[in-house]
Design a protein around this ligand. Structure first.
Ligand code: 7TS
Length: 413
């Protein structure tokens, strides 16, 4: 018997309809939103969930003895269950809500870091990290008398893998690396990075801020120790995100912040801490945004990450190919594995000016160092123009962008 699998065509136009913000004119032109690596737009269901919470369920969670508190608690915890599935964690207690990626990295640096990193130890990061995956480790290393080691990158924007292997040693306590570079779109070989770190006896934190909404991430398959991400880059609200940590590690770690919710019993003599995940969720959390976050995950799941990745890859390939024909344009970041980010410079023009001229045509991009100054320094640049694509972007938007870039580039010829 022949089984035919029919795949439905990707419906970018249908997906766009779910995003009210996309349907507007900017400077008299239809908005082309290519600043998705900074933050993605939100589908109507996320906005509705936020309004619904404040209109009908607003209450503090885990403590009230009334219907509203029960509903809010159930919805808040439902997001944790959804995220457990999303990253394939073994248990939902391994998902900790944070304010976002930065908060998650600081949490791990302040707790696991202080517990495991001592004088003479080493923490490895890469030269393509976002500042939020550099500075917390720098602070930790300074405090502990430890050394921060940096894996260099090639001109194409890939890790120099042999150098990573060389840096790993029994002194390495932690490797903290981005799954995807926000400035270049490089996808790092995290499975191999994790396996090599484990062989050296080190734990690994993966910064998935730029990958979660584009690529499947399976923490058990990766045997990952810590994963951090932000809701707002995954079609969800700002102000929340999550940390995944292996149960044994989270249980061994000291608390991050002290306060309500994270305790079992408090007396002036001794406080006993709550179980995970609550041990790391001191104080009233960002309830409404966490609740709405589930709708964002649901949106991604409905389309499918493989489908989203394939669509974005098509856009990236098309845009990259066409950009090569535009005089004066130089693409920055030519890694063999990339997702959704096209960084470039134009000879004779400052990136800020390019951004302003594109904005005048309704095209939103980011310009500058992208919070990755050491990477820009390595590449000999002050900054780039970055276009970053998402599930709702279309080929005709790329065409509008290409026309804009060509016009802008012609000004310098
Ligand atoms: N790590 C990476 C790889 C990121 O891209 C970002 C944000 C962060 C960490 C920090 O995330 P936050 O949600 O805690 O701020 N990146 C960007 C960007 O590329 N443009 O604006 C923010």
């Amino acid at each position: 018997m022949n089984e035919t699998v029919t795949k439905t065509a990707y419906q970018a136009e249908e997906i766009r309809k779910q995003f009210p913000v996309l349907h507007q004119l900017v400077n008299g032109k239809p908005l082309v939103y290519f600043d998705n690596a900074a933050t993605s737009q939100k589908p109507q269901r996320v906005i509705d969930a936020l309004i619904h919470y404040y209109q009908t369920d607003n209450a503090n969670i885990h403590r009230g003895a009334h219907a509203l508190a029960d509903r809010a608690t159930a919805d808040y915890e439902a997001t944790r269950l959804e995220l457990r599935k999303f990253v394939n964690a073994e248990e939902s207690e391994e998902i900790i809500f944070t304010r976002g990626t930065t908060d998650g990295i600081n949490l791990v640096a302040s707790t696991y870091g202080r517990m495991a990193v001592h004088e003479g130890d080493e923490v490895i990061i890469s030269a393509m990290e976002h500042h939020s995956n550099i500075v917390p480790w720098q602070l930790l290393c300074e405090e502990r008398g430890a050394k921060l080691r940096v894996v260099p990158v090639t001109d194409e924007g890939e890790l120099v893998y042999e150098e990573y292997r060389r840096l790993l040693s029994s002194k390495t306590k932690l490797v903290a690396v981005a799954h995807v570079s926000n400035a270049l779109g490089t996808v790092n070989p995290i499975k191999q990075i994790i396996a090599d770190a484990h062989a050296a006896g080190a734990k690994v934190l993966v910064d998935a801020a730029q990958s979660c909404s584009h690529l499947p991430v399976d923490v058990q398959d990766l045997d990952l120790d810590f994963l951090v991400s932000s809701s707002h880059k995954m079609y969800g609200p700002t102000g929340t995100g999550f940390l995944y940590g292996k149960r044994a590690l989270l249980e061994a770690m000291p608390p991050y912040q002290g306060g309500g919710e994270m305790i079992k019993e408090v007396s002036f003599e001794k406080t006993t801490f709550n179980d995970i995940p609550y041990k790391f969720e001191a104080g009233t959390p960002n309830i409404g945004d966490v609740i709405a976050y589930r709708k964002a995950v649901e949106f991604i799941n409905e389309i499918g990450r493989e489908e989203i990745a394939e669509h974005e890859d098509g856009l990236l390939r098309y845009a990259t190919e066409q950009m090569r024909h535009i005089k004066g344009v130089r693409i920055v970041g030519e890694a063999s594995e990339k997702v959704s980010v096209l960084s470039f410079v134009i000879d004779g023009l400052h990136h800020f000016d390019i951004g302003m001229m594109l904005d005048a045509r309704g095209i939103a991009v980011r310009t500058g160092h992208h919070c990755a100054q050491p990477l820009m320094h390595r590449l000999g640049l002050e900054g780039t123009v970055r276009a970053s694509f998402s599930a709702y972007n279309t080929k005709s938007e790329i065409d509008a962008f290409l026309e804009g870039v060509e016009r802008v580039s012609n000004l310098a010829r």
